[in-house]
Design a protein around this ligand. Structure first.
Ligand code: TRP
Length: 441
């Protein structure tokens, strides 16, 4: 199952295996780190509602389109666009853009994942317990200021990612997702049960679900949409690649919805873990990226059992990050295999070296993170998503598209609705995001 010459392409062992791998890709730092802090920054409840609408009306339809593209073409994003359109058309650019976006994304994603590994280690060695807010801020500053330490953890994390991907689609990615995703869910449940016992639970619930429409701005709507793309791993070919290993008999539509649903559930659960803890100790949730690496440990440091909870939390975070990094890396690995006829191992080594080469400066230069995240999340991912939506809605062969949507699907009756959403509202929404990014809106 390693190298994939035409005709003997790897295939997931089961539909559940696919859903776990796709959910593994979707559930990541975006759910546990980004979602809670942007929800905090945008005032909670009303933002969550808009976010849910974005997932349902934009994210999920694009996810169906991506998985469909992969399964139809049975190839990586670049070749999927190539084989489903004619040579003279520019669609292939969407695939190429995706592969590039994946490299940039992994370069800073692994920086943050490395912080999670470091905090797991800090929790295990009891360095957090009892620490004051300043002391913990100091621990985080020490980490971001110590390039060798950050790069060390980052390379370890990347090596693990490369190792899993080079073991193959079923024996590496699927097997790993089957262990890590259920484990992640159990950890979340344990952490949520703990948060439920805290004084801050009600305040957390109220923050997350209470409607405060006044805190909702046009900017937060656009942020919700951007987060929708990011959290569902859309716009860079990851779902195309995973979809290319899906059996043509499986119900693609409901598998996509199951993936999007799991992702949303985890984002809500992670918030229900975090906000009660933060509120119980009178801290502020809207402090941006510091939420996980300063605010949370500060609260846990003061809590009975906080040391154990913090180990559980950061292990969960590492699992979430790892299954996502694996998906990002698989895009590059699959592309190199196909394009240059390399074996999976060789493709992984080359892609791994390339990721390390741009990842190390990413960790070393704290400015890169903000710049790269802005380029990827606000531009490349929505642009890729736009390309996928336009291609599938307006260019792809209609009979092929319908057949893929309906194959074995209980949701076949929604074909028309899905296509309409993909044709009009999705492109319009994405273009609005761009207009706002360039300051026209
Ligand atoms: N969805 C991931 C998260 O929430 C991040 C991500 C964006 C991603 N694009 C991706 C993961 C592509 C894998 C592949 O953290």
């Amino acid at each position: 199952m390693s190298s994939t010459p035409q005709g003997s392409r790897a295939q997931w062992n089961s539909r559940t295996g696919f859903i776990l791998a796709a959910a593994g890709s979707a559930v990541g730092l975006g759910n546990i780190w980004r979602f809670p802090y942007i929800t905090g920054e945008n005032g909670g409840g009303a933002f969550v509602l808009v976010y849910l609408l974005c997932i349902l009306l934009v994210g999920a339809p694009v996810m169906i389109a991506e998985i469909m593209l992969g399964r139809t073409a049975r190839s990586s994003p670049v070749n999927a666009f190539r084989s489903l359109s004619s040579r003279r058309e520019p669609w292939v650019g969407v695939g190429i853009l995706g592969v590039l976006a994946g490299f940039v994304l992994l370069s800073y994603y692994s920086t943050v994942a490395a912080w999670a590994v470091h905090f797991t280690f800090l929790s295990l060695t009891d360095s957090i317990a009892g620490g004051s807010a300043d002391a913990i801020k100091g621990l985080f500053d020490q980490l971001t200021g110590n390039v060798a330490l950050g790069v060390g953890w980052q390379l370890g994390f990347l090596a693990l990612t490369v190792g899993v991907v080079s073991a193959g689609v079923t024996s590496g990615i699927e097997r790993c997702s089957k262990v890590m995703m259920p484990a992640l869910f159990v950890l979340l449940l344990v952490l949520m049960a703990n948060s439920f016992t805290l004084d801050g639970w009600n305040e957390g619930m109220e923050f997350l679900f209470g409607m405060r429409l006044e805190s909702l701005t046009a900017q937060s709507v656009l942020e919700a949409l951007g987060q929708g793309f990011f959290t569902l791993s859309l716009g860079m070919g990851a779902m195309i690649t995973y979809g290319s290993y899906l059996s043509s008999k499986d119900d693609l539509t409901s598998a996509s919805l199951a993936t999007a649903g799991t992702d949303t559930l985890v984002a809500i659960m992670a918030s229900l873990v975090l906000f009660p803890i933060v509120f119980t100790f009178g801290l502020e949730p809207g402090q941006g990226p510091d939420l996980l690496f300063v605010t949370l440990p500060t609260a846990l440091a003061q809590m009975t059992g906080g040391a154990i909870l913090s180990v559980l939390f950061f292990v969960m975070l590492v699992f979430a990050a790892l299954t996502s990094a694996i998906a990002m890396f698989e895009v590059a690995a699959a592309y190199l295999q196909e394009e240059f006829g390399a074996t999976r191992k060789k493709a992984c080594l080359i892609a791994g070296a390339a990721v390390a080469a741009i990842g190390i400066p990413a960790t070393a230069n704290s400015q890169w993170f903000g710049v790269a995240d802005n380029i990827v999340s606000n531009w490349l991912l929505p642009l890729g998503g736009l390309g996928v939506a336009l291609f599938v809605a307006w260019r792809m062969d209609a009979a092929l598209r319908r057949g893929e949507f309906e194959a074995g699907s209980r949701l076949a009756g929604f074909y028309g609705t899905w296509l309409w959403i993909l044709k009009y509202p999705v492109p319009v929404c994405i273009v609005l995001v761009f207009l706002s990014a360039v300051g026209v809106l």
